[in-house]
Structures are given as C-alpha cells and as structure tokens.
Design a protein around this ligand. Sequence first.
Ligand SMILES: Nc1nc2c(ncn2[C@@H]2O[C@H](COP(=O)(O)OP(=O)(O)OP(=O)(O)O)[C@@H](O)[C@H]2O)c(=O)[nH]1
Ligand SMILES: [Mg+2]
Length: 451
Amino acid sequence: MNKHTDIPTIYSLSSGAGIAGVAVIRISGTRAGECLKLMCRKPVEPGHTALRKIFHPITKTLLDEGLVLWFPAPGSFTGEDIVEFQIHGGRASIMAVVEALSNIDSYRQAEAGEFTRRAFQNGRLDLVEIEGLGDLIHAQTEAQRRQALNQSEGVASEVFNNWRKELIGVLGYLEASIDFIEEEDVNDNALAGFRDKLIHLRNDMEKHLTDGVRGEVVRDGVRVVLAGEPNVGKSSIINWLARRDVAIVSDVPGTTRDVLEVQLDLDGIPVTISDTAGLRDVAGDEVERQGIARTKEAGYRADLLIWIVAGDQAGADLLLDSDAEKLVVMNKIDLAQQNTTRRNSGERNSGALPVSAKTGEGMDELMEKISARVLVMFGGKEPALITRERQKSALAMCIECLDGALDEETGSLELTAEQLRMAANHLGRLVGRIDVEDLLDVIFRDFCVGK
Ligand SMILES: Nc1nc2c(ncn2[C@@H]2O[C@H](COP(=O)(O)OP(=O)(O)OP(=O)(O)O)[C@@H](O)[C@H]2O)c(=O)[nH]1
Ligand SMILES: [Mg+2]
C-alpha cells in the first residue's frame, strides 16, 4: 500500500447541527487537495480563501457556492493538508456536499474527535491542550472559558514541560555522577547541589496540585445545596434564585422528594444549586426516606451548604454531615416579625441571614452572599493549571517519586536516579509525550464529530 491509501482522508461537518447561515465542512488528509481539483474549477492558493462554485466530483452538477479554504500541511490544525468548504447552512446543501465527498477515492467520514486525534499524532497538540480544547467547546461560563483557553493555548503544558526539563537536567547530572563518585560519599555530595532546587520544584508542583481542586470545580461547577427541615421554604428559595418555578411549593411538609438541580452562572463561575427533601424522622414513608437519603448524599458532596430555618419554627441545628462551607439562612422573616417563636429560632441561629422568599426581603443579599462565597472559594485568581482527575493523578505520582528521590534514606544514587526518571515520566505522560495510547480513547470519547 502506498502512503495515500494507508491513511484515509477524512471529512465531516465541523459546524454544529441545526439550521444556520453557514456550515463548515472540513477535509483532512494527504489527499485533501484532490477535492479542490475535482470539485472547484479554479485552484485556491495555499493558505488562502476564495469564493468558488462547488461541483459534484462525478456528475459535475453544481452543488453550492461558498468560501473555500486551503491549508496545506504541516501548518494546519491537524498537521495534514486541510480543505474547508464554508457553504450555505441548509440541511440539503450540507448533505449534497458530504455525499459528493464520499465519492472520492480513499475519502471517508471522520469519527468523533478524529481531526484532533490526528493533530495529536502529528505533534500539533499535546494531551493537555486537547483536553483544554474539549473543555473550550463545552465552556458555558467566563471562568470555564479562561481556564480552558489557558490549557488549549499551551500555557499549562509549558509549565509541565519546564518541570520535566528541569528534572531531566538533574537526572543527567546524577547519571554522570554515578560513574565517577565512590559509593560512600555518593548521595550527599551528588544530591547536595540540587536538593534545594528539587524541593522548590516539588513544592511548586504541590501548590498547583492543591489548586487543581479549583480547576475541577470550575470545570464541573460549584455545588451549592439548600437543605433544612420540611416546609422551611427551600423550594421557594430555589425558585427565587432560578427566577422561575422549577420546584413544587406547597404548605404540606415533605413536598420535595428528590434532589432538583438548577444551573447558574455566578460571575463567570458555573454553579449547580440543589433543592432537597426536608430532613425529618419519617419512619413510615419509604419514598420520603429515600429522598432524605439523597439529601444527605447531596449535603456530603456539597461545596457550599445553605442550611435554612424558618422564622416561625423552632429552627433545628444543622442536621447534615458535610465538610462544605456553611451558610445559615432564616426564611419567612415576614412571619417571624409577627410571631413569638422567632425569639426561639433567632437565638439558636443568631448569625443567620434573614430572608423572605415570599416578600423578597433579603433575597438579593442572599444571592450576593452565595456569589461572594463562591468567588472566594474558586474565582478571582489565575486559571488553575490542573483541571481534571487524569492530570491530578499524573502530577500526584510525579510528586511521590520526587519525594522518593529526596528521601535521605534512599541510600543509593542509582535508586535516586530511578525515582527522578519515573517522576519525569509521569510528567511526560501528563502532556502525552510518552506511553499514552491507552488514554487516547477515553480522551477523544468526549469529542464530537467534526472536531
Ligand atoms: N410567609 C411565608 N411563607 C413562605 C415563605 N417561603 C415559603 N413559604 C411558604 O411555606 C410553605 C413551604 O414552602 P416550600 O418552599 O415548599 O418549603 P420546602 O422547604 O421546600 O418544603 P419541603 O419540600 O416539604 O421540604 C409554602 O406554603 C410556601 O408558600 C416566606 O418567606 N414567607
Ligand atoms: Mg421543597
């Protein structure tokens, strides 16, 4: 087989589904240029765009007219020759051009993420950049966009590559020393020169690893959970925060049975607010018991737990086991103002934020408080470099090996060197320089066709 038939040329609609003014069809591969010759009567200059009539390669009927882009390898997105047709966005126009492309020898439909996979294979993007690109496509909020762009543009990779370079530099020095230093005075002498440097590097890595919690939360969203006893007004509050009737409100205690989620964008940070079943002893009702189990689970996983008490009820202490930050809110202050039980409730929850989901009093302040807490926890600073479990575990393993290398008890220079080599390998795996075939399917699974 020659080079041409080895690797098929792939094509796909790269713009989204649904009717739009313009659709982009991308073609990539060693034979991408052929569709230009077969489907356009005039050539397009390399690196340029031109308006062209687009014809069927066999029947020669006119299919559409649009902009045609021609990016020869290696400077294209995939590192291969790429052609892009920007045609009219109607379904029939898209289908006609896609069908036309299927007639060209060695052309086939691209699979999900295949363009990006080729970009990786041709060294145009590393794994972290690809993960960032995947996140960028899904980014819904400003903080997600900034974080994803930081990765897709290679800012994070540059840091990881520099760490790796430093480790390899030290490793080279150590390996050279192995041949020259006598066994007895090996470790101290050979390590002394770079111990501080390695410790500094290790601490820097750890800082970014810890910061990864923020990175993951920005990707996945901050979890804010509303909880409390039945009837305190949790569902009324979530409806107010969502500015629509997402949850059923009634004066029957135990109305909410399930966890109900609403997505909000608070100053660029994605937030999921959950309404939950009210907590109480319900020996008799199986459905409510299951609901309460879900409340406990949600509370356990929360980043911020909002405990709600009602101004006209006694006001229970927080009944959930959770490491989350907490905020206590006293709802129904409109009733409390006329009710003596407020004193009771008020004493137990003296720091509680007074609100009324009915009159709206204090509700803007509640929203501001949630935003402020979320921002303190996850926003404001530079985007995190580590944003997902895969990256976190690679960096954690690197630090572990580095600790092994720095351990004074290690005893032999060879073992120290081996630990350093493994530490560098974990960083190599993080950016996808080495040994990552097994990761690729998982990473590209999240990509859509056409990307
Ligand atoms: N007066 C007054 N009534 C309120 C206020 N907030 C909620 N209510 C009423 O209190 C009752 C219970 O409200 P919900 O929002 O369903 O309470 P919940 O905490 O979700 O209750 P469960 O789902 O049963 O746990 C309803 O009749 C609401 O209209 C408030 O601020 N003031
Ligand atoms: Mg409810």
